[in-house]
Design a protein around this ligand. Structure first.
Ligand code: NAP
Length: 263
């Protein structure tokens, strides 16, 4: 008998990157808890996973812009000792400048991409700390590093995910918890049509298939990476950026302003 891997929670499992994660993790031997709003698509994926892998696949309908639904899921994640992995993948994008986006759209994007992800990460960490093991994966975007593109709200939400997940790794990696943040580049999923910018408008030679993206991210996880950028051919690019950031550290808090700001 193999090692019992327990259950992986995948938010946004009804399509795109999340559906691929659910498939791959079930094939690795995890039972899966599939979270999204579209229950018919989740049931269809759950059936396919059960048939193809023999794993348990449970459907959990939730709108993660709604506090009550986030509360139900975070309660489950914090309390269910069978849960050994959480993937905060559900996310949405807007492709317009902030002046053309409604206040409700801004609010929903922040609720989903930031608030729900933060609360569900906290629930996962609480669960995993109790047993000194578990894996948390948060899906950011290369736009976390590119505020010039796509209007700001989405890229800023993904910069939050990068910063937040790096902070969690710093605090909890030495307590048996594996933490990874994934920064996909343009990936062929429904998010482009949903955001109003059709996938066909993208330079196709720069668009990765969701299966390739997730398989690469899982290699990064297996290799113990904290930050995985599947498109980046030279990892030195990321390491140099991170080291330049760290080098700023000793100069970021001082009793007096820098000389150039003094009258
Ligand atoms: N595709 C890219 O180019 C790309 C690049 C970088 C990062 N990402 C990130 O990758 C993640 C997955 O996106 P994707 O590209 O796979 O897009 P997608 O195919 O549109 O999938 C988004 C998933 O999130 C779920 N979702 C959306 N709103 C939700 C809500 N209010 N409550 C619960 N679930 C909700 C959707 O399911 P329901 O509609 O059924 O709820 C769907 O399962 C996102 O975080 C995205 O920002 C994507």
């Amino acid at each position: 008998m193999g090692i019992k891997l327990g259950m992986a929670v995948v938010t946004g499992a009804s399509s795109g990157i999340g559906a691929v994660y659910a498939d791959r993790l079930a094939k690795r031997g995890y039972d899966v808890l599939l979270v999204a709003r579209d229950v018919a698509r989740l049931e269809e994926l759950a059936d396919k996973i059960r048939t193809e892998t023999g794993r348990l696949a449970e459907v959990f309908q939730a709108d993660l812009t709604k506090t009550a639904d986030v509360l139900r899921l975070e309660t489950r994640i914090a309390a269910d000792t069978n849960i050994n992995m959480v993937i905060n993948n559900a996310g949405a994008s807007v492709s317009k400048p902030i002046t053309e986006v409604s206040a409700d759209q801004i609010d929903s994007l922040i609720q989903l991409n930031i608030t729900a992800l933060t609360r569900l990460s906290a629930a996962a960490i609480k669960n995993f700390l109790n047993k000194k093991s578990g894996t948390l994966i948060n899906i950011s975007s290369v736009l976390a590093l590119a505020p010039e593109l796509m209007g700001g709200v989405y890229s800023a939400s993904k910069a939050y995910v990068l910063n937040f997940t790096q902070a969690l790794d710093k605090q909890y990696a030495n307590q048996g918890i594996k933490i990874q943040v994934v920064l996909p580049g343009m990936t062929r999923t429904e998010i482009w049509d949903r955001s109003g910018l059709g996938i066909n408008y993208l330079p196709q030679e720069q668009v990765m298939e969701a299966g390739d993206m997730v398989d690469a991210a899982l290699v990064g996880l297996d290799n113990g990476e904290v930050v995985t950028i599947p498109t980046l051919s030279e990892i030195a690019g990321w390491i140099n950026l991170d080291q330049a950031r760290l080098a700023l550290g000793p100069n970021l808090s001082r009793a007096l302003p820098a000389q150039r700001y003094r009258k």
